[in-house]
Design a protein around this ligand. Structure first.
Ligand SMILES: Nc1ncnc2c1ncn2[C@@H]1O[C@H](COP(=O)(O)OP(=O)(O)OP(=O)(O)O)[C@@H](O)[C@H]1O
Ligand SMILES: [Mg+2]
Length: 267
C-alpha cells in the first residue's frame, strides 16, 4: 500500500514509515496507531477520515511534531524528525508547519491581529513594520481586516476559526495541519472556511492535511486516507473527477467514494 503511494509520488512533503503510537493509561497500553506508512505529495489537499478514536488527532500530532511515535520514522520535508533536539524540532515546526486546532487555541487576552502576529515574533529577520504588514495581509485574506482589534471573545466561532487560519498561514508554512477544522462551525460558515482553504492551497501550493468527519471536506480533498482502529483502511487518490482507491496490496477503481462524492454534489 505504502509502495503504491510512493510510486506515484514525486515529492513527499511528509513521509511516515511503519509508525506505531502507544499511550500508557495507568498500567494499560492503548495502541492509537499501528504500522502506519504514508507519503504525502507536495501541494495536495489531504483528508484523514475515520471514526472517533481511530487515531486521526494522534496522526496529526505526530506529523506536526507535537508528539513523537513509539516506533517508526517520520520525515518532514525530507528531514528525519526522530534525531532532532527539542530546539531543532521547535524550529522546524515554526518554519514549516501551521497548526489549526479544533478549538482554535487563540490567546484570549490578545486581539485578532496580535494572535496572528504572535508566531511571527520568533522570526528575528522580520522587523516590526514587516510583521504588521504580514498580519494585515493575512487578516485581509480571511476577510477580517475590520476585526483586527477584537479579542477572541468578541468574535463568532467562524471568525475565530478564520483568525486561527490567518495565524497558521502568516508564517508561510509548507504544511498546514487542521484537526477537524469545521467541527465547531455551522454548515455555511464551514463551507466558507473550506473554500478559503482550498483557494489558498491552489494559489500557494501549501499542503493541507485535515482530520475530519465532514463529507464536504472529503469531497474537496484530492487525497483521502481512511483510518480505522489505528490502521490505514483505505487510500484514495483523485484524478480529475474520479477516485482511484488503493487498498492493502491492490489498486481498484472505486465506486463507493465516487458515490459519496455524487451525494455531496446533491446537497
Ligand atoms: N493522551 C492519551 N492517553 C491515552 N490514550 C490516548 C491519548 N490520546 C489519545 N488516546 C487514545 O488513542 C486513540 C486515538 O485517539 P485520537 O484522539 O487520535 O482519535 P481521533 O480519531 O482523533 O478521535 P476523534 O474523532 O474523537 O477526535 C483513542 O483510543 C484514544 O482514547
Ligand atoms: Mg481527534
Amino acid at each position: 500500500m505504502a509502495q503504491a503511494m510512493n510510486a506515484a509520488d514525486m515529492v513527499s512533503v511528509v513521509r511516515i514509515e511503519n509508525v506505531f503510537k502507544e499511550y500508557m493509561l495507568g498500567e494499560q497500553k492503548v495502541r492509537a496507531l499501528c504500522d502506519i506508512s504514508l507519503s504525502v505529495d507536495d501541494g495536495v489537499f489531504l483528508a484523514i477520515a475515520g471514526p472517533s478514536g481511530s487515531g486521526k488527532s494522534t496522526l496529526l500530532n505526530l506529523i506536526g511534531c507535537i508528539d513523537t511515535p513509539s516506533a517508526g520514522k517520520i520525515y518532514i520535508n525530507g528531514e528525519d524528525v526522530g534525531g532532532k533536539t527539542p530546539d531543532q524540532l521547535a524550529d522546524l515546526r515554526a518554519h514549516t508547519i501551521g497548526f489549526i486546532f479544533q478549538t482554535f487555541n487563540l490567546l484570549p487576552v490578545l486581539s485578532a491581529a496580535e494572535n496572528v502576529e504572535y508566531p511571527l515574533l520568533q522570526f528575528r529577520e522580520l522587523g516590526a513594520a514587516r510583521r504588521r504588514e504580514r498580519v494585515a495581509k493575512y487578516l485581509k485574506i480571511v476577510g477580517l481586516s475590520q476585526y483586527a482589534d477584537h479579542r477572541p471573545n468578541q468574535l463568532s466561532g467562524g471568525q475565530r476559526q478564520r483568525v486561527a487560519i490567518a495565524r497558521a498561514l502568516a508564517t508561510k508554512p509548507k504544511i498546514v495541519l487542521a484537526d477537524e477544522p469545521t467541527a465547531n462551525l455551522d454548515h455555511k460558515t464551514g463551507e466558507g472556511i473550506l473554500s478559503l482553504m482550498k483557494r489558498i492551497n491552489r494559489r500557494t501550493r501549501t499542503t493541507f492535511i485535515f482530520s475530519t468527519h465532514d463529507r464536504r471536506v472529503m469531497a474537496m480533498a484530492d487525497r483521502l486516507v481512511k483510518i480505522e482502529d489505528g490502521k490505514i483502511a483505505m487510500l484514495g487518490v483523485r484524478t480529475a473527477r474520479h477516485w482511484s482507491v488503493v487498498r492493502p496490496a491492490k489498486f481498484i477503481n472505486l465506486d463507493m467514494v465516487q458515490a459519496e462524492q455524487e451525494n455531496e454534489d446533491d446537497n
